[in-house]
Design a protein around this ligand. Sequence first.
Ligand code: FMN
Length: 233
Amino acid sequence: MSFVRREIVIAPDQEIYTNLPNMHELINGRVAVERLPLVVMNRAPRILAFSGSLRTSSWNHRIAELSAKAASDAGANVTMLRLRDYPLPVYDQEIEASTGLPSHVVDLKKLFRETDGFLIASPEYNGSISAALKNVIDWVSRPEDGHPNLVGFKGKVAGLLACSPGRLGGLRGLAQLRIILSSIGTIVLPDQVAVPGIHDQFKDSDVIGDEGMQQAVERVGQQVAQVAAALGD
Ligand SMILES: Cc1cc2nc3c(=O)[nH]c(=O)nc-3n(C[C@H](O)[C@H](O)[C@H](O)COP(=O)(O)O)c2cc1C
């Protein structure tokens, strides 16, 4: 829930009533500040959730799903995406110049344009993000007639996740993903989660064995939903 700050000025000789609904604080005994719900979006925020892995049984896809569920429970309208369903050539300016944007790029650009935020679970390959994820970002960042530059990224909120069997959980890749997305205008949430030892985490259930990690993954989903709603249309 978002709030707007409303100040109620009280005249010097006026008695101060402290039973205002939702009253939040008194400043110098003169101004009561009331917190009122602020409606900045009259619809559910739209979130696109995906992994940077093409693997059908990707661990990262699974944690993206967990976070997406939390975003959905927080009121977001979440679309799960599989990059595998959008095979693309490695970005090549000559392809773009000769045949234009591939149809899967046009489809992805529409999905990115129409979302308010992202949940991205990024596998770490050799200390960085996957080529597949960088390739999608590069293609989707290309201009398209009739649409503002970088419309698929600018002003949208992103929550970052990673997991790996390793001890850092993909943390190094997230640092780079943060720089890439920030450079094209995406508002990347300060909180992020990298789950280490992921191969030991999903034993016989759909939740992460480490309860703290499970909650952290859910929190990123909730925050993306809340911030996307607060940023408005
Ligand atoms: C080419 C390659 C490089 C990798 N480099 C790293 C790495 O730098 N750090 C790491 O934690 N795991 C690394 N891994 C292991 C991946 O974390 C692991 O394969 C993981 O399951 C991939 O994510 P996914 O399950 O979502 O597909 C690498 C795997 C591959 C195939």
